[in-house]
Each structure stands twice: as C-alpha cells, then as structure tokens.
Design a protein around this ligand. Structure first.
Ligand code: PBG
Length: 332
C-alpha cells in the first residue's frame, strides 16, 4: 500500500463511522443465517434432553428431540445440521463395527431427520472415536493408530451414512488418503451428489475438551492425537493438506479449531478460493459462555463478533454451537 497522499483533514476515517447508516453502507463483511452449520449431540432414548456440564446451553438429544431441533433449525433458515453421537459404552469394540451398523444411533437419526425435514442438509462426522473404548479416531494396534486399515473402516462408515441419506460427509479423522478412497467408493455406489466437507486442517487442540465430555470420550482417551492431528505451530502444512484433499475429491474444506486459526482460514481462502469453513469448537463456545455467565463479557456481542471474524477471515460458513441463537438474533 502507498503512503496516504491526502492525509487529515481530507481523509477522516471517522466520517463513515459517524452514524449507523454510513457504518452499514461501509461494512465489508456480513454474517447471515446461510453461513451457519449447527452441530448437535445425539443419544439413545426418547424425550431426553441431557445437559452437558462443560457446554452450558447445549444438550444431548434423543432422536425425537433431534428431529425437533432440525425442524426448528429449518424454520430459522439454518442450512445444515451436523450430528455427533454419544455412543453407549456397551457397543464400543476394538474393531469399531458399530460405526457402519445401518441401525446405529447416527444412521437412525439421519433417516429420521431426512424423513421429517427433507429441506435441511444433514452432515455427519466420520471418525472412529465414538465406537471404541480408547477414544482414538482410528483403529489401534500395539498403541499405533493404523492409517490404511482405518481408511477402509471409514469408507464403510461413509457408504452407510450416504445410504441413510446424509448430504454432507465430514471426515474428521485426519488419516491420509481417506478423501480419495471415500470419493471413489461413493461414485462406485452411485452417490454422486453426496458432498465431502473435509476436516483438512485439523489441529491437535486443547479446545476440544468439552466436546469429548459431550460424547463421553474424555475420560477414555489414551494419550493424545498428535500422531494424526496437526501441530499447532504449522501453517504451510495446512495448505498442502487442503491441496491434497481437493485433489482427492473434497468439495468443501475446514479449518479447526476456529478462533486461534483465523490466519489459516485466510491463507486457505486466498490460495484456493474454494468453499472454506471453520469449526468454532466446543472450547471456544465454553470460553465465551463461561465468561458471559460470570458477567465478564457480553456473551451475545462476543458471539456475534467472533462469528463475523470468520467471515472477515474468508470463511464461507462456520460450524457453531451458537447457530440457533445467532439465527434468532439475525432474524431480529
Ligand atoms: C472427533 C471430533 C472431535 C471434534 C469433532 N470431531 C474431537 C477430537 O478430535 O478429539 C471436536 C469438536 C469440538 O470440540 O467442538 N473425531
């Protein structure tokens, strides 16, 4: 940028900030309901709404209430809902077979939502952590997270979810080669229009803590996820991962977590110009809610400002637990 030619008083930046009408006219980025994907937690049973201690305001919902939530989301104009299962420990196995059981919690919920609310897009999470006792996203042998064997399992999982009517598959596992394998399998099975939103740049983060409480994995996780999730110190690697996932057939890409990684969002958008999403994860939600509950910040304003930040950083949308609250506010 050249040094300002005409400085004060010819250039007074405060002119366009002096009244609401001018501020609105000059606003560069806007948050709309079309930018929202709402992650929800589901569990077995009926009529159950179970609070999650570390995520105030978020509940685990039985399928009937998840359908209700989807109806509510659709009426608010939220385009997509994303399902995360709280799996009963009794069905967890080392081989994670429950992951591709057509009758598992997630698959029953996909069918129920698609039958009742066909207009909302249903996104799923593809990873094995809900289906084993050690809490890792892949199959484990002798303490090693197996890559290629896990990819095969994930492909089975993806095909069943597509069969059940999932619109967007979200592989969150960070194994190498999973996008290509899934895309090929989906094409071969005739699921041409099932989209893949790849968790391409997913960091090994402390901000997933409350989520692991929500899905019942926090006590269970053995060790950490650093051999498959990204090192928070890296940035160029994110671009290489995104490039690889796009080449393998991802339609949309994600950066996760969100707020501490806005620089990555901006680099991705600038480098590729593809549909780019951020996940404002459970720990980010908990920070804002926790501070707001103490009266230390204005929760509503902080929520809106944090989400606008994603738009400014180049994101096309955000997965956020605030989705219904924001949608209501945006509707006025
Ligand atoms: C697991 C998965 C995680 C999240 C989404 N999918 C946790 C993890 O990787 O351990 C985190 C989401 C959040 O914190 O809100 N496949």
């Amino acid at each position: 940028m050249r040094p300002t030619q005409a400085a004060y008083p010819a250039t007074r930046f405060r002119r366009l900030r002096s009244q609401d009408a001018l501020r609105r006219l000059a606003q560069e980025n806007v948050l709309t309901v079309d930018d929202l994907i709402w992650p929800i937690f589901i569990r077995d049973g009926a009529g159950i709404e179970e609070p999650i201690h570390s995520m105030p305001g978020v509940n685990r919902l039985s399928i009937d209430l998840a359908v209700r939530a989807a109806e509510q989301a659709a009426s608010l104009g939220i385009p997509a809902i994303c399902l995360f299962p709280y799996t009963d420990p009794s069905v967890k196995t080392a081989g994670c077979e429950e992951a591709w059981n057509p009758e598992n919690l997630t698959n029953r919920c996909i069918r129920a939502i698609k039958a009742a609310v066909p207009g909302i897009a249903v996104m799923t999470d593809i990873a094995l952590d809900p289906y084993n006792a050690h809490g890792h996203d892949g199959l484990v042998r002798d303490g090693i997270i197996l890559n290629d064997e896990t990819v095969e399992a994930l492909v089975r999982m993806a095909l069943v979810q597509a069969e059940c009517g999932a619109d967007i598959l979200g592989p969150s596992d960070m194994m190498d080669g999973r996008i290509g394998a899934m895309r090929a399998a989906l094409e071969a099975a005739g699921h041409r229009d099932v989209a893949i939103l790849s968790y391409s740049a997913k960091y090994a983060s402390a901000f997933y803590g409350p989520f692991r409480d929500a899905v019942g994995a926090s006590g269970a996780l053995k060790g950490d996820k650093k051999t498959y999730q990204m090192n928070p110190g890296n940035s160029d690697e994110a671009l290489r991962l995104i490039e690889r996932d796009l080449r393998e057939g991802a339609d949309m890409v994600m950066v996760k977590p969100g707020m501490p990684y806005l620089d990555i969002c901006r680099r991705v958008k600038d480098a590729f110009g593809v549909p780019t999403y951020a996940y404002q994860v459970s720990g980010e939600y908990a920070m804002i809610m926790g501070a707001a509950e103490h009266g230390w910040i204005d929760g509503e304003k902080a929520m809106l400002e944090s989400l606008l930040g994603f738009k400014r950083a180049g994101c096309d949308g955000v997965l956020t637990y605030f989705a219904p609250r924001v949608a209501r506010l945006l509707r006025g």
